[in-house]
Design a protein around this ligand. Structure first.
Ligand code: FES
Length: 287
């Protein structure tokens, strides 16, 4: 972060930003878990959702287990957890998770036949790149942020684009998630155990050095997204960022997920999670 003086921004929340969005049915619905699978260090959960509309790539759901939710120490986990949809096949929805806390641990222990409670699809999805980048698309994924990139890569390929995905992980144990991707993939690992030894943003720099007439889409941890934003801003490359944030409600009521943009604060759950990188500057990570 720069330490620069934050810009004057309007504090106040307007109607949700326009963008590609499928509206969620009202309320939480129970969906049976139909399959689970270990994908390296991650877990892939598939549920059957007969009562929700098909999500758009980039949209997310609030997930909770129907049983054993709130039963841990301190009654954790309590709130649902936000997950981007990783793949969608008719009524089948797939979510990728890493067991890092009480919520993700309970979800990761679900078995086929158990019920998951979900709300969604929520938020804004990715938008098609503007010409002339209709076939030159760079996707950048960091860790579990690969989930929405998987479904967006599928949609782009189906529309005739040829995306190249740059996927960064902590170690080889996490790179198995890249098997979910279609199209061309380059891998980077923080510990150098597979692919490029270093940050995925170094791969992005190299690709844009070669050809910067491409649209960029990225999802990953905030510091990675800030690096993507800064790289794209320097080169005037169009980019959409899928922001990650802990969410309490997921539908705009609690204001717990706001992010500072150049035009004011926005709620990531309803005005995102997909944000045009031009709407952010180097201060967006500052609270
Ligand atoms: Fe409550 Fe966004 S999570 S307003």
């Amino acid at each position: 972060m720069s330490g620069a003086t934050p810009p004057e921004v309007e504090v106040g929340l307007a109607a949700p930003e326009p963008g590609p969005r499928v509206e969620a049915p009202f309320g939480r619905r129970a969906c049976p878990v139909i399959a689970t699978e270990s994908v390296g260090a991650y877990r892939l959960l598939a549920v059957e959702d007969h009562h929700g509309p098909a999500p758009l790539p980039g949209q997310f759901y609030m997930l909770a287990a129907a049983d054993g939710w709130g039963g841990e120490a301190g009654e954790r986990p309590y709130l649902g957890r936000a997950f981007s949809v990783c793949r969608s096949r008719g009524t089948r929805l797939e979510f990728l998770l890493e067991r890092i806390g009480p919520g993700t641990d309970r979800l990761g222990r679900l078995s086929p036949g158990e019920q998951m409670l979900l709300v969604g699809p929520l938020g804004i999805g990715f938008s098609e790149p503007a010409a002339p980048s209709s076939t030159g698309v760079l996707l950048v994924a960091g860790g579990i942020g690969i989930a929405p990139i998987v479904t967006w890569a599928e949609a782009l390929i189906a529309s005739g684009a040829q995306p190249l995905t740059l996927a960064g992980f902590r170690s080889r144990a996490h790179t198995s998630a890249a098997q979910l991707l279609g199209g061309d993939v380059q891998i980077a690992t923080d510990d150098g155990s597979q692919g490029h030894d270093g940050f995925v943003t170094e791969l992005l720099e190299a690709e844009l050095e070669h050809d910067d007439a491409r649209a960029v889409y990225a999802c990953g941890p905030p510091m990675m997204l800030e690096a993507v934003r800064a790289i794209c801003a320097r080169r005037a490359v169009q980019a959409q960022l899928a922001l990650e944030e802990a969410m309490a409600c997921g539908f705009g009521a609690c204001f717990g997920c706001v992010v500072r943009t150049t035009t004011g604060y926005r709620r990531i759950c309803v005005d995102g999670p997909i944000i045009d990188a031009r709407d952010l500057d180097e201060t967006w990570l500052e609270r």
